[in-house]
Design a protein around this ligand. Structure first.
Ligand code: ADP
Ligand code: MG
Length: 557
């Protein structure tokens, strides 16, 4: 396909089986695809949300409640639907939590936009209105957020607990909430200007199966979950001088002749001796550096293992890259890539202790920098879902410590924002006003879905919530267990303000992106709707189908 301009008109030459959709057809096709994806995660929102079982093409099963995980595992083959997946990913990167919220709001914005398009309101007016409303909503978040002391453990625990509710982590939340808050505090530094900065680089989550969740623990330093390469090596080194290597202690083939023509047994003997000599030399260099512990990301030759043991050096091979990097972080050590140039400069001091029960090494630096949250659980499925929940909780607690602002959850913030955005709509003229109102309605999707997922009547709930907010009750939200309208802030259902700001802006950006497209030119057939998302539980009836444009988008103009 090529495009040339003739007298200001674009001329597009299409292949034989390519397809084209324009204006309203294009918009409604895209909106349907994007909405279908957004709607597929709605049923997981909130404490009473359900889980999804995802089965990949190899038959591997993931059971999760985590929005971004569902969307990324869904293997969506449609460029517009992928934009929605990107909302979830952006939310995950920026805030760590609130992915389902962001995606659900994006879907609702598109649904309401579709109604406006049907009333012949031009997409640019809708986009402009959404932008105005999104900005207003973010400003209002600043108004209604409550400032908290970043060292207020009660609030931090509430934030962690809110993000864990409804996840696998909930069952053991007492233990886990404490660990999450402790973990963030362990890596938070107070800057000179008095601000609190949690440094997540210094925190590592390590998972282990076989023990119960309640035996999870927070450890100072890092973990190397491997054995020593030789049984004669020391297992605990209190005064450790640690060398980190990302290169093997082996004789590489390129160092000897790759092809060897041997005429006599003597030559073979020579060759073996040469190789041994070379390995001895490497070990000697390591020993001369003063190292008594070596963590190596690559392999260690049998002969080298023997020499290292003779030198009394503890050596571990095939250590995970991320573990090497974390240990490098906490010891302040560099990672050496060339054994021949290793010196005492490459060695960092600390302690290395063996835990025989867990069969791993605990590594600590001298200044006690860095922490590892050791997350235990009975099986892989349990631990994996736990890990996703804990990651969210760590992010929201870190965000609260850094930003110091929280909001009432359970839909309270969304209803308050909707009311304020609706008031603001009165001051907006033109067709944008309708878009601003539609934006306000879309925010209320959150309490509606929270109610729906809890088996409550969503309309009644919304009516009650609105009434409470009109009475000036800014923190009136839904108690999903009793169905009552309560002060969710008082009840300890609190969320970081930053995550909500991000959810509002990424949702509106995604909706706008989808609406801006008025022309789809596909190299393949647009009408062969694939609908390959069965694994993730029926995306609510999408006309136009999904997956149809897979693989062959010619371009969008
Ligand atoms: P997300 O991926 O958007 O974080 P979640 O499934 O974690 O989705 O649900 C988050 C929503 O659940 C938020 O609106 C939050 O306020 C709400 N929520 C969490 N705990 C409670 C609770 N105990 N009562 C009412 N709402 C809650
Ligand atoms: Mg969440």
């Amino acid at each position: 396909m090529s495009q040339q301009r003739m007298q200001g008109q674009p001329m597009i030459i299409l292949g034989d089986d390519s397809q084209r959709m324009k204006d309203k057809d294009a918009q409604s096709h895209n909106i349907s695809a994007a909405r279908a994806v957004a709607e597929s995660v709605r049923s997981t929102l909130g404490p009473k949300g359900m889980d999804k079982m995802l089965v990949d093409s190899l038959g591997d099963v993931t059971v999760t409640n985590d929005g971004v995980t569902i969307l990324t595992e869904m293997d969506i083959d449609n460029p517009t639907a992928e934009m929605i997946v990107e909302v979830a990913e952006a939310q995950e990167d920026e805030a760590g939590d609130g992915t389902t919220t962001a995606v659900a709001i994006a879907g609702e914005l598109l649904k309401n936009a579709e109604d406006l398009l049907e009333q012949d309101i031009h997409p640019t007016s809708i986009i402009r209105g959404f932008n105005m409303a999104s900005k207003k909503a973010k400003d209002e978040i600043g108004e209604i957020a409550t400032s908290v002391d970043p060292s207020d453990e009660e609030i931090l625990k509430s934030v962690a607990e809110t993000s864990m509710t409804g996840k696998g982590a909930e069952l053991n939340k007492d233990v886990l909430v404490d660990l999450v808050v402790e973990a963030i505090q362990a890596v938070t530094i107070e800057a000179e200007d008095g601000s609190h900065v949690p440094d997540l680089e210094f925190l590592k989550l390590h998972t282990q199966t076989g023990r119960s969740v309640s035996e999870s623990d927070l450890l100072t330093g890092g973990i190397i979950d491997k054995d020593a390469v030789h049984s004669d090596m020391p297992s605990t080194v209190d005064d450790a001088n640690v060398l980190l290597l990302d290169t093997p202690i082996e004789v590489e083939e390129t160092e000897t002749d790759a092809q060897l023509n041997l005429d006599s047994p003597d030559q073979l003997q020579d060759f073996i001796e040469q190789e041994e000599e070379r390995l001895k030399e490497m070990v000697q260099t390591i020993a001369d550096s003063g190292a008594n512990v070596v963590f190596c990301q690559k392999g260690i030759d049998d002969m080298a293992q023997h020499y290292l043991a003779k030198e009394g050096i503890l050596a571990v091979r095939r250590v995970k890259k991320s573990d090497i990097e974390f240990v490098s972080e906490i010891l302040g050590a560099r990672i050496a890539s060339d054994i021949d140039s290793v010196t005492s400069e490459d060695v960092a001091s600390g302690s290395v202790r063996r835990d025989e029960d867990d069969e791993m090494f605990y590594v600590e630096g001298e200044d006690g920098h860095g922490a590892t949250l050791l997350l235990r659980g009975s099986t892989n499925h349990v631990v994996d879902e736990l890990e996703r929940g804990i990651n969210d909780a760590l992010d929201v607690v870190a965000s609260t410590v850094a930003d110091g602002r929280v909001l009432a959850g359970g839909g309270a913030t969304e209803v308050e924002l909707a009311g304020r955005v609706r008031d603001y709509a009165d001051s907006v003229s033109g067709r944008e006003q309708l878009a601003v109102e539609a934006f306000a309605d879309s925010l209320e999707l959150v309490p509606r879905v929270l109610a729906e997922n809890a088996g409550l009547d969503s309309i009644d709930t919304l009516v009650d919530l609105r009434a409470a907010h009109e009475n000036g009750d800014e923190h009136a939200g839904l108690n999903v267990y009793s169905g009552d309208v309560v002060d969710t802030f008082e009840a300890g259902v609190v969320e970081p303000a930053h995550a909500k700001e991000q959810a509002v802006s990424s949702a509106s950006e995604a909706a706008n992106l989808v609406m801006k497209i008025d022309d789809i030119i596909a190299a393949g057939d647009l009408s062969t709707a694939g609908g390959e998302e069965e694994g993730a539980g029926g995306p609510g009836g999408a006309p136009g189908g999904m997956g149809g444009m897979g693989g062959g988008m010619g371009g969008m103009m």
